[in-house]
Design a protein around this ligand. Structure first.
Ligand code: GEK
Length: 252
């Protein structure tokens, strides 16, 4: 694969024209083609989360264990995890159920010459066998899983983790207080406007994501993680309505 040209990274103009997709949002070829630009301009704090996933992996990855990046898209978090891994005999597994994402992710990984091998799978993370894990990442993926299926997935992740292992969970969140909800939504839209999206693009994308990306409150996430068996949950980054949590198998 390394001898093939790298995938081009195009500007996200998907919702700019009148022929913008009107159906529900899908991770298809059109999205995969513009994904790096789309996520950088849409998710406040994304690049700092990616960098910190490398740091967290470095701290918690145990020799002879597995790391998983679930919902890897083009492999940004996968690469951060790969570079964070220090110990010997570690295995890194990256999974996404979008063939368009996996195809491009393969190219991105091939351009990186770090020695830790990466296994790439096109699969549904709800069916993926997990074991002997010390670091599992769900970087803005759980929000696309139907809410009633989230606990089961977190329980399976918790069961797969060694003592001392962690889950890194990043999500768009909702707020119970309507004033806070409005404030954080407005600030997020200001961020998107500052990154060149028009009001029309913002509103078209918002409609496309309705019932596809389902945000929940920080309280619901914390409670569910505890119900799944995690000993401690810490929110280590919040930027407007986007957070990243670390869930520990053992209290620090
Ligand atoms: C990053 N983590 O750049 N099984 C597998 N993959 C899934 C499933 C599923 N059931 N549902 C959704 N996905 C990445 C960004 S994007 C976040 C993650 C976003 C995949 C989906 O195909 C997409 O690639 C990814 O989860 C979500 O760090 O677009 O906001």
């Amino acid at each position: 694969m390394a001898d093939q040209p790298p995938p081009s990274t195009l500007p996200d103009q998907l919702y700019r024209d009148d022929n913008a997709p009107s159906a529900s949002f899908r991770f298809d070829d059109a999205v995969a083609r513009v994904f790096p630009d789309m996520i950088r301009r849409s998710v406040p704090g994304y690049s700092s989360i990616i960098a910190m996933i490398g740091i967290l992996t470095g701290r918690y990855m145990q020799p002879g264990s597995n790391a998983y990046d679930l919902g890897c898209s083009l492999g940004a978090a996968t690469l951060a995890m790969r570079h964070g891994i220090q110990g010997p005999d570690c295995r890194l597994v990256a999974v996404d159920n979008s063939p368009a994402m996996i195809e491009r992710c393969r190219h991105h990984l091939a351009l990186d010459d770090h020695p830790v091998p990466v296994e790439l799978h096109c699969a549904d993370i709800r069916q993926l066998p997990l074991d002997n894990a010390s670091v599992v990442t769900l970087n803005f993926t759980l929000q696309f899983i139907p809410p009633q299926e989230r606990l089961l997935l977190l329980q399976r992740i918790r069961k797969s983790l060694r003592p001392g292992g962690i889950l890194i969970l990043s999500e768009k969140i909702a707020f119970t207080d309507p004033v806070e909800q409005q404030l954080q939504t407005d600030l997020h839209h200001d961020f998107k406007r500052a990154n060149g999206y028009s009001d029309l693009e913002i509103s078209r994308k918002r409609s496309a994501l309705e019932d596809v990306l389902i945000p929940e409150t920080l309280d619901i996430h914390r409670q569910r993680l505890q119900q799944a068996g995690f000993a401690h949950v810490s929110c280590w980054q919040q930027c407007f309505n986007f957070v990243s949590l670390i869930a520990l198998t053992e209290a620090p």
